[in-house]
Structure formats: structure tokens, C-alpha cells
Design a binder for this molecule. Structure first.
Ligand SMILES: Cc1cc2nc3c(=O)[nH]c(=O)nc-3n(C[C@H](O)[C@H](O)[C@H](O)COP(=O)(O)OP(=O)(O)OC[C@H]3O[C@@H](n4cnc5c(N)ncnc54)[C@H](O)[C@@H]3O)c2cc1C
Length: 344
């Protein structure tokens, strides 16, 4: 039987962030993940500057693909809006493995199945024992299933279904594009270029509303792929895969005795854009801090809306440009050069 002070189930952004904070404070931590890293994680890989700040990641030193967008291109029907704000894209395959390794925590490949309370702590699959348990296992997290599901049942009207594919592709437009409600989709489609010839395209929609439209997600995908073929990504071939997760609903109980839930396990993705990496990171850090400082674990500052962070980025971009005495970069045109960190 392996014993540790804090056991984290799941080594994605939530688990790796918690592990990083705990290890830096000298805690005895172990991470269990069903996969061997680097592992595939379906995700567009768009992240905000706040995530980089919270994790103290210097964008210039990050060793893998990282592309900085000086704008998002938002399309709603015939309205095409360039939104001047700084955002980044990474490849989850690289980012998650790097984050987990950087945490310095030992990682074991193990599929967690059974969790039992034992004294002040927990016994996992009769193979691990811990005092504190952090559930960071994503949508199908066993900590959620065994300890929290009854307390926080998930709302079916907040379930998101997705299809996406990340491919090697020499894209020409270096901007991130989002199309909302295209062809009646109750959600949005995206085109997210990655540094050095990778591209992620995908589609996400509220499952219940999609069902009511009578068109399934694969039909929407076909329309989306046809549009990309005539415009942004001619000649690209896709074999998309699906995944489902939950937008932020009522999460009444996030701590139960010495057990915590974080990230997608708690269903924390933002209501407007389904952004889950930021909430996963912040909740992981908050859970770790609650353990270290013996204080309440609260998610009050884990935002439920991406638009607030985008607005902050827009304001800081304008202020930054003002202080530097230069014009904010024009928002027309995306080029494929200067990819690493084009702040302005
Ligand atoms: C198609 C798609 C596109 C998305 N695009 C974006 C985006 O661009 N930006 C953004 O911010 N968010 C995006 N999201 C949401 C984002 O991917 C998630 O919210 C985020 O990954 C949550 O992180 P997490 O650490 O909570 O869970 P995860 O990243 O899912 O990590 C959970 C880990 O737990 C492990 N695990 C699961 N079960 C077990 C078990 N029984 N035992 C041991 N280990 C287990 C898994 O192997 C996994 O490594 C997207 C989601 C999808 C599906």
C-alpha cells in the first residue's frame, strides 16, 4: 500500500496546477492518471494570459508550440468583428505533459475505480492511502462519481457536446476565428492555428438544444468542413472525435471532509465560451492552497464567464499601447510570421 499526504486523481491542468502549488510548499503529493503522458486531450487549446500568469509561465521560455493572437475574429451571421485582445494557443498534447512534469510531483499510471473513506483520509483501490484527496479527473472523475455526484448532480441542460480534430496543416491565416450560431448551431465552431504548422478546428454545442434542432453534430460538422475548404483551410482532411463536458452550473459542494473537486470534475467551464482550462487551473490552485493553509476551499473567484477576461485583456492592451506611446496594432489581416509572441 502506497501512502501519501495528498493524492491527486488526474494530471490535466487542474491536477497539475494543484500538484505544482503543493510541491512548491514541500507537500508529499502523488498524481494518478489513467493515461501515460504525453496523452491526447481533445481541446482547441486556446488559453488566456491569466492562465499563463497564474502558473508563472513565461511565454518566451515555454519550450513547446505557443502562438499569440493579437485579436479574436468573431463571426455572428453577417457580422464579422475583430476583437483586439491578447490570447494564446498551445497544443494540449505538449502543454499538459510539460505542466505535469514541471510540477515535480511523482506520477503513476493507474485507473482509479474505488474510493473509500478511512479515518481522516481515503483508501483508493486498496493500493493507495492518503489524508487529502483532490478530484481532478475531468468529466468522468471517480472522485466526483463516488463522493460528490449525489451532492452536485449535473444539469443536463449544461452538457456540451463537441467534435474536433487537430491536424498538421500549413495554415495561412494566423488568427483565431469563432463562428457563433452558424447554420442554426446552438453553440459555435472554431479555427485555432497553432505554432509551426498545426491547426485545431472544432464544433461545440449544448447537447439538449442540438437535439431539438433535429440536426446532429456530424451534419453540422460537414457544413463547417465544407466552409473551411472554400476559405481558410483548403485541402485539409479531418477525422474528428467527440467529447462531452459541462458548463458551470450550481456547484454547491466542492469540499467534503478532506476531499476536493476541481476543474471539469466539478463542471466549471465558462457559460459563454466553454473555456475550461482557466477554471481548472484556478480551482486546482485554490484546492492546494486550502490544504496548505487549512482554510476554506471556495470558488468565488473562479469566473463563470470568459467575456470578463477578454474585456480585461482588451483594456490592458489599449492601456499598454497608450503607455508605450504607440498605436494599438491594426486588427485587419492575419499573417503567418512573428508567431511566438506578437503582443502588439
Ligand atoms: C473539443 C473541446 C475543446 C475545448 N477547447 C477549449 C479551449 O480552447 N480552451 C479552454 O480553456 N477549454 C477548452 N475545453 C475545455 C477544457 O479542455 C477542459 O475544461 C479542461 O481540460 C479541464 O481540465 P481538467 O484538468 O479538469 O480535466 P482534464 O484535462 O480532462 O484532465 C483529467 C485527467 O484525469 C484523468 N482521469 C480520468 N479518469 C481517471 C481515472 N479514473 N483514474 C485516473 N485518472 C483519470 C484523465 O486521463 C485526464 O488526464 C475544450 C473541451 C473540448 C472537449
Amino acid at each position: 500500500m502506497r501512502s501519501c499526504e495528498v493524492l491527486i486523481v488526474g494530471g490535466g491542468p487542474a491536477g497539475a496546477s494543484a500538484a505544482w502549488r503543493l510541491k512548491r510548499a514541500g507537500a508529499d503529493v502523488l498524481v494518478l492518471d489513467r493515461e501515460r503522458f504525453p496523452r491526447l486531450k481533445l481541446c482547441a487549446g486556446w488559453i488566456t494570459p491569466e492562465v499563463m500568469r497564474e502558473l508563472a509561465i513565461d511565454v518566451d521560455s515555454y519550450p513547446h508550440r505557443l502562438l499569440t493572437f493579437p485579436r479574436l475574429r468573431v463571426h455572428v451571421g453577417r457580422v464579422h468583428l475583430p476583437v483586439a485582445c491578447i490570447q494564446h494557443s498551445i497544443r494540449r498534447y505538449e502543454f499538459d505533459a510539460w505542466l505535469l512534469e514541471r510540477s515535480g510531483a511523482p506520477v503513476e499510471q493507474h485507473i482509479v475505480r474505488h474510493i473509500r473513506a478511512e479515518g481522516e483520509g481515503y483508501r483508493i483501490d486498496d493500493a493507495y492511502r492518503c489524508r487529502y484527496l483532490i478530484g481532478a479527473g475531468g468529466t468522468r472523475c471517480p472522485v466526483y462519481r463516488e463522493l460528490f455526484r449525489e451532492l452536485n448532480p449535473r444539469a443536463s441542460d449544461l452538457q456540451i457536446v463537441t467534435l474536433e480534430h487537430e491536424i498538421e496543416y500549413e495554415w495561412r491565416d494566423a488568427d483565431c476565428h469563432l463562428w457563433f450560431f452558424d447554420q442554426g448551431l446552438p453553440g459555435y465552431t472554431w479555427y485555432v492555428p497553432k505554432e509551426r504548422g498545426w491547426l485545431n478546428v472544432g464544433i461545440g454545442a449544448i447537447a439538449e438544444r442540438l437535439k431539438r434542432t433535429g440536426r446532429d453534430i456530424r451534419t453540422h460538422w460537414a457544413g463547417f468542413a465544407a466552409k473551411l475548404a472554400t476559405d481558410l483551410a483548403p485541402g485539409a482532411l479531418y477525422d474528428p472525435t467527440g467529447y462531452s463536458y459541462y458548463l458551470r452550473g450550481r456547484v454547491d459542494v466542492v469540499r467534503r471532509d478532506n476531499a476536493f473537486i476541481t476543474g471539469d470534475a466539478a463542471g466549471l467551464a465558462t457559460r459563454d465560451l466553454g473555456e475550461g482550462i482557466g477554471p481548472a487551473v484556478r480551482s486546482g490552485l485554490r484546492a492546494a492552497q486550502a490544504i496548505l493553509d487549512d482554510r476554506p476551499y471556495e470558488l468565488g473567484d473562479v469566473t463563470g464567464l470568459s467575456v470578463s477576461s477578454i474585456a480585461r485583456s482588451m483594456v490592458s492592451r489599449f492601456l499598454h499601447a497608450g503607455r508605450a506611446g504607440r498605436r494599438v496594432a491594426p486588427v485587419e489581416g492575419g499573417t503567418a510570421d512573428g508567431l511566438r509572441h506578437r503582443d502588439q
